[in-house]
Design a protein around this ligand. Structure first.
Ligand code: FES
Ligand SMILES: [Fe+2]
Length: 406
């Protein structure tokens, strides 16, 4: 299976390396309108019709290790509480008491036997049912069964829990399709969160995200960190349904040299992803992950304001059972190196935002090897509903014929 996969990849790599132009029939993409990054009306559409209706990453199984484990996450300003119930299932709720809306949990995470409101001590069980009301005699007619914590849709892919603020959303696995079919090996390999970092940046969330949708910039801004190890000319890009996409870059032979090979490998991941291919998967709308078989991060992009973005960087390592993380020092070096690379990426973001605000350059030009960016924009409009997007800001789905079907 590995050999077959690799042979197919090498064929596509050779095509990309040798081509003198984009493949025949590939459309010329017009510039992306700058208002998509600066217009408050478009930002509101993204917030209300895209993010509030999308499946968004909330936590990993290892963040909620036992019955009663809870975790509070900020999903676009909404405080969402994830709790592992007595049946082992994870559920999500708004962190809002049914009495007068106070939080039932304060602080990021912990373990509880009961969720007790911080204001007047109404108590909810781990499944969100209201169990205890102090001075219940003063609430004639109160039906406790009707006053559970307000639920939020919460579903899993592998060990990853996603939430959706839209109660009518399609099931998570349908939204993610075809990624669960393509990445079953990764999703079924036990992993554990080993590091989480949060950074805030002064730019629109898409400016940041787009820096991870192409390797065109590698030679310019990553001359010592990325460029020496990746054959960017041979990079193979795939566009998938539902806005998902990936990019597989050939690793130049013998260039890893970062001791990564000493780290534990994910249980079911094909060997080709260890040293030969560097993947980067885009999970629509706001996750990028270089799914490396020796452990990998999720980069999750959150719009805080039209020109303000929070980036969560969550690192997963192959689960190692008991004791300390094996290869702790190698891991630390790897995380430090990643920070250096990320700093290189951050440098241009704020100036780009400024250029856009002053409409200094007319529009974002996107070339063939940057087509993942177009694909994501087209899907943003599809999810928002193209007719809701002001006409001068629309991005049509010009790449529909270039989407790979399975
Ligand atoms: S607001 Fe929760 S008990 Fe009063
Ligand atoms: Fe980069």
């Amino acid at each position: 299976m590995d050999a077959e996969y690799l042979a197919r990849f090498r064929e596509r790599q050779a095509y990309e390396t040798d081509r003198a132009a984009p493949p025949p029939g590939f459309p010329t993409l017009p510039p992306l309108p700058l208002g998509r990054y600066t217009d408050p009306e478009f930002f509101e559409l993204e917030r209300d019709r895209l993010f509030r209706r999308s499946w968004l990453y909330a936590a990993h199984d290892s963040d909620l290790p036992e019955v009663g484990s809870y975790r509070l996450v900020d999903i676009l300003g909404a405080a969402i509480l994830l709790v592992r119930g007595t049946d082992g299932e994870v559920r999500a709720f708004f962190n809002a008491c049914r009495h007068r809306g106070a939080p039932v949990v304060s602080g990021g995470c912990g373990t509880a036997r009961m969720l007790v409101c911080q204001y007047h001590s109404w108590g909810y069980d781990l499944e969100g049912k209201l169990q205890r009301v102090p001075d219940e005699r003063d609430f004639p007619g109160l039906v406790k069964e009707d006053l559970g914590l307000p639920p939020v849709r919460c579903e899993r892919w592998g060990g990853w829990w996603f939430v959706n603020l839209d109660a009518d959303a399609v099931p998570l696995l349908e939204w993610l399709d075809p990624l669960p079919r393509l990445l079953d090996d990764i999703a079924s390999s036990p992993v554990r969160v080993i590091d989480t970092k949060t950074v805030e940046l002064g730019c629109n969330w898409k400016i940041l995200a787009e820096g991870f949708l192409e390797v065109y910039h590698a030679r310019t801004i990553h001359p010592t960190t990325v460029a020496p190890t990746l054959d960017t000319r041979g990079t193979v890009i795939s566009l998938f349904e539902h806005g998902h996409q990936n990019m597989l870059s050939p690793v130049k032979e013998g260039t890893r040299g970062d001791s990564r090979e000493t780290l534990r490998t994910l249980e079911h991941v094909p060997a080709v992803f260890r040293e030969m291919i560097q993947p980067a998967h885009g999970i629509f709308p706001n996750i990028i992950s270089p799914l490396d078989a020796r452990g990998f991060p999720f980069l999750v992009f959150w719009p805080l304001a039209i020109d303000r973005t929070r980036l969560d960087i969550i690192w997963f390592a192959a689960d190692w059972g008991d004791g300390e993380l094996p290869g702790k020092d190698v891991w630390q070096k790897r995380l430090d190196r990643f920070d250096v690379l990320m700093e290189e990426d951050y440098r241009n973001l704020v100036p780009i935002q400024r250029s856009m605000e002053f409409a200094a350059h007319g529009g974002q030009v996107v070339n063939y090897q940057e087509r993942r960016i177009w694909h994501v924009h087209a899907w943003i409009d599809k999810v928002i509903g193209a007719d809701r997007v002001p006409e001068h800001l629309r991005v049509p789905d010009l790449l529909a014929d270039w989407v790979e079907k399975f």
